[in-house]
Design a binder for this molecule. Structure first.
Ligand code: KIV
Length: 267
């Protein structure tokens, strides 16, 4: 048995007021670095549809894509808990189909949990998984799989809509989720939900009052030049560093200063 974090660690972190560090991951090499840096939760998010595959939304991602990327993340990590998003379209179908998909994820990828987007409307589906001991990370607020219904990636839960997001969070907790991602909601609402729930909340664009935070790794590293939401903090200028390194390589290939003897094999 590995020494990864497990489901019971998450409520314990909340009880100890120890913030949960979550980052998305999609491949072996970055998963390994994130794991070594001490990330608690590696989320193989369907955001890979945008930052890895180049789509405008997460909707085209399939279950096979999710399993493929999660396998690589599991191989790259040793200590972090790994969760895999269920892609768009699954939770619109019967609980049996979702159960089959979640079983495939746990069996084939090695993930320890699935993430399910949606609140009260998917609570029965979440319960059908958790009652069979399949851990679920829930996700409410600005759920990107609902981008068309929301008319874009827009903040949810402002004004009177706050009660709906709160009700969604309460419903997924009652359905047995072990933690919930709060995305794109006002900071005060996120703080209220975090105080109300026993399970930890993990925020993205939800302010500092959550029990943990998640960022998309390509945003954190400054590598993704697509959407630049207000809540993203870029910890390095990854795009600039990559452009600089690759143009230096290109110059050296063109002026024949790479490779030299130290990069070459003798007879
Ligand atoms: O798909 C994803 O990466 C996510 C996180 C941003 C929460 O859902």
């Amino acid at each position: 048995m590995s020494s990864r974090l497990t489901v019971p660690d998450f409520p314990r972190f909340k009880a100890e007021k120890r913030p949960i560090v979550c980052v998305t991951a999609y491949d072996y090499t970055l998963a390994r670095l994130l794991d070594e840096a001490g990330v608690d939760l590696l989320l193989v998010g369907d955001s890979l549809g945008m930052v890895v595959q180049g789509h405008d939304t997460t909707l085209p991602v399939t279950l096979d894509h999710m399993i493929y990327h999660t396998q690589a993340v599991v191989r790259g990590s040793r200590k972090a808990f790994v969760a895999c998003d269920l892609p768009f379209g699954l939770c619109h179908r019967s609980s049996e189909i979702v159960l089959e998909a979640a079983i495939r994820v746990l069996k084939e990828s090695g993930a320890q949990a699935v993430k399910v987007e949606g609140g009260a409307s998917v609570a029965d589906t979440i319960h059908s998984l958790t009652s069979r001991h399949i851990p679920v990370l829930a996700h409410v607020g600005l759920t990107p799989q609902s981008v068309h219904a929301f008319g874009g990636f827009k903040v949810q839960g402002r004004g009177e809509a706050a009660d709906k997001v709160l009700a969604d969070a309460v419903a997924v907790e009652a359905a047995g989720a072990f933690a919930v991602v709060l995305e794109g909601i006002p900071a005060k609402l996120a703080e209220r939900i975090s105080q109300r729930l026993i399970i930890p909340t993990i925020g993205i664009g939800a302010g500092p009052g959550c029990d943990g935070q998640v960022l998309v790794v390509y945003d954190l590293l400054g590598l993704y030049d697509g959407l630049k939401p207000k809540f993203v903090k870029r910890y390095i200028d990854g795009s600039g560093l990559v452009r600089q390194a690759v143009s230096l390589y290109a110059d050296e290939v063109r002026n024949r200063s790479f490779p030299v003897e130290e990069h070459s094999f003798s007879e």
